[in-house]
Design a protein around this ligand. Sequence first.
Ligand SMILES: Cc1cc2nc3c(=O)[nH]c(=O)nc-3n(C[C@H](O)[C@H](O)[C@H](O)COP(=O)(O)OP(=O)(O)OC[C@H]3O[C@@H](n4cnc5c(N)ncnc54)[C@H](O)[C@@H]3O)c2cc1C
Length: 477
Amino acid sequence: MKERPVLVWFRQDLRLRDHPALSAAAAGGRPVIPAYVHSPEEEGEWALGGASRWWLHHSLAGLDLELRSRGLRLLIRRGTAAECLRELAAESGAEALFFSRRWEPAAGLQEEAVSEKLKALGLAVQAFDGTLLFAPSSVQRAAGGPYQVFTPFWRACLQLADPDPVLPAPEMLRGPRRWPGSLPLEALQLLPQPDWTGGLPAAWQPGEAGAQRRLMAFVTEGLVGYEVGRDALGQEGISRLSPHLHFGELSPRQVWQAVDGLPGGKAYLRQLGWREFAHHLLHHFPHTPTRPLRPEYAVFPWLEDAPALRAWQQGQTGYPLVDAGMRQLWQSGWMHNRARLVAASFLVKHLLTPWQEGARWFWDTLVDADLANNTLGWQWTAGCGADAAPYFRIFNPARQGARFDPQGKYVRRWVPELERLPDAWVHRPSEAPDVVLAAAGMVLGRTYPFPVVDHAMARQRALAALAEMRKRFRAGC
Ligand SMILES: Cc1cc2nc3c(=O)[nH]c(=O)nc-3n(C[C@H](O)[C@H](O)[C@H](O)COP(=O)(O)OP(=O)(O)OC[C@H]3O[C@@H](n4cnc5c(N)ncnc54)[C@H](O)[C@@H]3O)c2cc1C
């Protein structure tokens, strides 16, 4: 009897190891057809940004290579997922479709449409978990409902059974006798025209092989010092696994297994817990990518200041730590978490720009842009999300710099104009005496900008805006 193949729909799970859907499809030696459907329209307003598209191109190329080394290939289609997968099923005579669940609101709708269409054709459709350690629906407060505070959320997760052991890549993979057609990867036009990605290839190796390499390097070199090193801006105290985790080139279970029980492992898993928390929140509060979780922030008196926003985007605010973060982002597609906190806080508190503007800029420029994590990060910073930093706590960028980058290594790397300033002034050039500036070859306003806003004034203005928001909200109630 002719064996009918199983379609494996790849999404944010671009790997072969620890891939429950692929392993189940390959079980028993059935033929497998791996497919990727590019459907930006179905992601709504959160279609991939420029840096993520660059990453995706290379990650898909890597996945295809891995599959080819095992006798398969990745089929690429463009259109709505339900229609493309229906066509593939019809062309290949597939008997089933397997895929990994995603938790973003638009992805959930897409899954429903796909299941409905393929089940109507008689295919068995099965969704697998694999992108999170704990499914958002499996973690609930004793009183019912979702968590909104991280520590009890993570405690509840840790009381659940440990994640299942990691699955190896399937040893035996077999393709169909006749392959349906595929678009060439280039047809998706994921690479930017003109090419602005200069610093990205040097900084990253997208794909499963790069993810494995980075995980191993971090476990052997970085993990032990992670708890104290994770905030130090001038060193490599963090893992930089975020884009690999986002695209599913590495599963969180693999990370769990690699670090669990090792010195530094507990602190590291707690950070991975924030990723789980972010997805839990997005799942239960799907409106939060655009609207604040705390309703009073809907009437916050934001300012429209296009030149200030542009200065922030370009790393030209006159605050070295903010500028270093924003230039690291532009040049490498990524930013250290401490710099993200300070740069985001500067936008929403010093410049009173709506957090949604910052979230959109990050969405377009980060290689790890992730709807759940980005939403949590911005709402946390703006004070309007779950377990958020209180709005009245306003970071002083110069003090943050002195604390987390005391020798100015980080700011000098990304803002070379500051190269020759002594450590004492490198985080506050606008306060440096003229002779110091002259000796460092700096002319404020020419080689490096004056601050776009004065810190003390901005602080007072932000606190007044908070008071105004409370007044407006009370008046509206
Ligand atoms: C304003 C703002 C926006 C952010 N946007 C994103 C985003 O789009 N995508 C993204 O992956 N992270 C985002 N983060 C969270 C965090 O900055 C990054 O996950 C982290 O810097 C990635 O570097 P790493 O892999 O070296 O982290 P590590 O310190 O090595 O942490 C390991 C992993 O834990 C997870 N993690 C760590 N911190 C957080 C956190 N605060 N929230 C959620 N998950 C976390 C990430 O998956 C990360 O890869 C944002 C933070 C802020 C303040």
